[in-house]
Structures are given as structure tokens and as C-alpha cells.
Design a protein. Sequence first.
Length: 385
Amino acid sequence: MPEGDHRAVIWTLSASNFVIGMGAFVLIGLVAPMAEGLGIPPARIGAAMTTYALAYAVLSPVLVALTGSLGRRRLLAMALALFAGGNLMTALAPSETVIHLSRIVAAAGAGMFTPVTSSVASALAAPGKQGTALAAVIVGLTVAQVAGVPVGSFVGYTFGWRAGFGLVCLLSLPCLWLIWTRVPRGLSIPPAGLSDLGRTLSNGPAMLAILFTATFLGGIYVVYTYLSPLLTDTMGYTRNGVTAALLVFGVGAVLGNIAGGWMADRLGPVRTLLILSGGQMLTMPLLSLLPFADWAVFALIGVWSLLGWSFMAAQQVRILGILPERPGVVLSLNAAAIYIGAAVGSAVGAVALGRAGYAALGLNGGVVAAGAVAHVLISRRISGR
């Protein structure tokens, strides 16, 4: 494939992952208006994030394995169409139950789409440039934190929360066209089968290391899922304030991805993960002390996000070192662990919010982060790495 065509495919997949990231997490910026519109508590809206995360974690590895015989272009188009349909269901949902069902449908589409984009990028990349291609494809998910979620939140606050999910559907349409016209027809990549998945799941040390991702991100999502109503309740923020805070969080995520690679190369993966877990443990309890001055709130959110999203490079290096013979399965399970962490963190946040109010969120997040410190130490001891 000519170099120009290869780049077009890579950036098509990256743009599509931007839509996936926006559709997955825009709910976080819309918790308050959704709760008000449906007349239910914010914690019950946040539970829809838990539903999405659990569905992704369970369905992604299985669906990727089961659809291995399909051409990659067809599978990508089907998966993105399913994701768009799930978000359309959310936009039109008449009840809380339909919202949960729609998030399962969207998670099934995303769970097939994003892992396959990585395999396509790796297959099309020139020798020695696989890492650059993979980074370019996945950057769309990170940029969604910077632009997609704040924009979706702004649209939702301005035109109603349903419009935020409707925007995701609209953005999916040009991406579907690009996938069908840019991804090569008949591209077939040998996938890992269910037997490879089973062998990895039965490897205790490897799975303990992989599940650190869930523990680490679980602490973040205790607070992040309810960041919108937290800021509304403690700081009096409405549309503009919440959008600005989410934008700061997104910028911190992008900078964290850059910083994390630098730290992993120079400090090693385990030391990097310990530093970041300790930083989360110290940072998140400060969110239980709101209100602060606006500048201090934005600075705290930026530092919290930077620390939180610096971990991925170090974690991937670490788990690939433990089980290098099955990289595709390991990385797929690590992606699933992201959503397990989001589900568990959202659930812990809902319980904390229901029992003790918004002031409990940061403290509970800090406790989970302390568990992440213990997790990486125990995992290192068991794995011998």
C-alpha cells in the first residue's frame, strides 16, 4: 500500500476512535442534566457508566475472538454502526432501563472496534514503525477527553442532554464512509482464538499484573464519573464551568500520555507505576475539601488527570514483559481492565455518594489509589519482575 494511503487509513481509524471515546465518556459530562431530565438521582445515572464498562470488559475479548474470520473492513464498519446505534438508543431513551440497555449495545460495538483498529494499524505499518502507527490510532481516544467530552457536555447543557448523544451519532456517519472507502478490502489478520484467551486468563501472575489497570483507574473513576455534579454542588458550576473543567482534565490526559512514556523509559515501569499511584493517593482526597478558588480547582484537576493518565505506557511495557508470547491477547485484556476499573470505580462512587455525599468521593478515590500501590507491589513479588 502506498505511504499516503497508509496514512489515510491510520488517521481514519484515529478519527473513528475519537468518536468512540466521545460516545463512551460523554455521559460523564451529562450526569447532572440527565438526572434532572429523568427525575432520578445522579448516582443512578452514573450507574449507566458502570453498565457500559462492565459490558465492554466482558464482551470485547470474546467478540474480537469470535469475529476473527470476518474481513477487517466489514468488521470495523459493523462495529462502528453498532456503536452509533447504541448512542442513538441513548439519545431516544424514554427510561432509565433503556439507557442501560443502550449502553450495552454501544459497548459491544466499541469493544470490537478499538482492538481491531490496533491490529489493522500494526499490520499496515512499515517494519520498525508499528509503535508510531499504534500511537497515532489510539491518540483519537485521548483527544476525545480533550475535545469530545467537553463539546458533548456543552451541547448537552445547551440543547438538552439527548443532543449530546445525538452528536455522537452524527459524527459516526462520516467515519463509517471513510472506513468503507479507505480501509483495504479483504484485509485479513490472523486473530488470537478463544484458546489463547483461555490460556492467558488461567495465568495467575499475568492476570494479577493486568488487573492493576482496573485498580488504578478504579480510583480515578470514583470521582471522575461524578465530577460534573460534584463541581455543580460544591463550586456552583453550570455549563461553562463544567465544560472548562472537563477540558482541563482532557489536556492533563494528553500530557499524561506523553509524560508516561518518558517516565517508563527512564525510571522503569514498576517505579513509574508506584510514583503515579502514590500521587493519586495524595491528590484525590483534596477534592473532598472543595470549594477552592477557581484557579486552584483547575490546577488540581489538571495535576490529578496528568498523574492518572501517565500510567498506560509503563503498564503496557510491564505486562508485555511478563507474557511476551501473546501480546494481542494481553493488550486486549488490558483494555478490558480499563473498563472494569471504570465500572468498579463508578459503583464505589455511587455508594459513597449515596451514603455520605460529594465530600466522600475524593477520600474514597484516595483509598482505592492506596490499594493500587499495594497491588503493584504484590504483583511484582508474585511475578518475579
